[in-house]
Design a protein around this ligand. Sequence first.
Ligand code: PLP
Length: 502
Amino acid sequence: MTTISGDRCLDHEEPLIFEIGRDGKCGVDFPQVTVGDTHLAGLRRKGKIGLPGLSEPEVVRHYVRLSRMNYAIDAGLYPLGSCTMKHNPRLNEKLARLPGFADLHPLSPMSAAQGALALMRELAHWLTTLTGMPAVTLTPKAGAHGELCGILTIRAAIEARGEKRTRVLIPESAHGTNPASAAFAGFTVDEIKATPEGRVDLDSLKSKLGPDVAAFMLTNPNTCGLFERDICEIARLVHAAGAYFYCDGANFNAIAGRVKPGDLGVDAMHINLHKTFSTPHGGGGPGAGPVVLSARLAPFAPLPLLVLEKDSIRLIETKTDAPEGAKPFGRMAAFHGQTGMFVRALSYMLSHGGDGIRQASEDAVLSANYVLASLKDVMSAPFAGPCMHEALFDDTWLHNTGVTTLDFAKAMIDEGYHPMTMYFPLVVHGAMLIEPTESESKESLDRFIHVLHTMAEEVKAGKTARFDGAPHLAPRRRLDETAASRKPVLKWKAPDLKQAAE
Ligand SMILES: *Cc1c(COP(=O)(O)O)cnc(C)c1O
């Protein structure tokens, strides 16, 4: 149905700002400038710079309308697996906006930044305590950046031992960033098989370990939402081969307060502050991926180093200033990391306390198991038994229905839900990975389960029209995702129509 405005109730159309802007219009009143040409030294503008002209209310409406075409955790349950889209407490936002943090310039003298540095020390203390690891580097700006940092630390430690190790072992269920980080650091990647129950195959690991293996990278809980029960034996095998044990801790929220990775023999692990410890994320940032390190790797942590001197805290910025025994491999970022995320994460930790963090992990696991148990009768779960923080389904139940994982997930949009993670992990056919997090009330979970259960029943009853080409009620229909990534349109061009009218 088309309407006069192109809108359908609140499901509106919104052109680009360049298409609604007009020449000569301006939302701000600038004072008349009386500087003569001689003062401008030939810098006077020669032509139009092509900025859209709009009044202030037009600008406000444009961005508010655009924001309403978006989905956010503040708009509804956001079940994207492995992404931990949890509630971001407003208290964190309030603290991050304190001018002492928000207005602090990264080049401020250290004497003027003692509060921010003390906050970083406090955050480091929480991270090392929660993980049972002796050291942490805070600079990495995302999970993948943390992986690279951890792998470069391992590379430095191996070089310091005078060894040459070229391979990194990674289970086939791993997040794509793991092999990417290892390859980026110059290692070749060797895949470790999964057992039929979705965990690391110890025989496959044993057969691949050798004197040329630098590290084994494991996600725990793994991307099938399962805890790797053999993790202590895995650590023992990896260490016996002279390699380091890297753990992808992006999803620490499933075990924080319950398990200390340091007790499991982990040598390096990044923690996504933007997942486990809230802080808004998605859309590419910002994030923070601190890396905790074992005593064997700690000396190789990158610059800057945060040290407590007599009565002040200092960031050590160069190798020559590094304390005795420290052999930093280099640095990961120009400055010290994402202060805004540090404030939010510490605010989350302090307001929850250790017991509250454990409770959050337990509730996240409980929510996921509630979803798994409630949908198991209509959808198919590839692995038996309870899950950790995410519920995984495959597409066996869709066979011969004419409906695919993609159709089912896209139809969720018509019901006002963001789709779950699809087709990941790769080891599960047509995977649907649901991570409800601890944010949801039982009523909210029940509503979500009711919608998915009813949709699944419709599929089974052959009522599949709504899945064909879904979503039908969103501002856009099914997009061509392949063309979007292969032939991205990154530059706006004025439509011919508008030019013709002028
Ligand atoms: C999110 C995630 C990452 C990557 O984190 P980014 O902050 O997006 O770079 C890595 N591994 C796992 C298991 C993840 O869930």
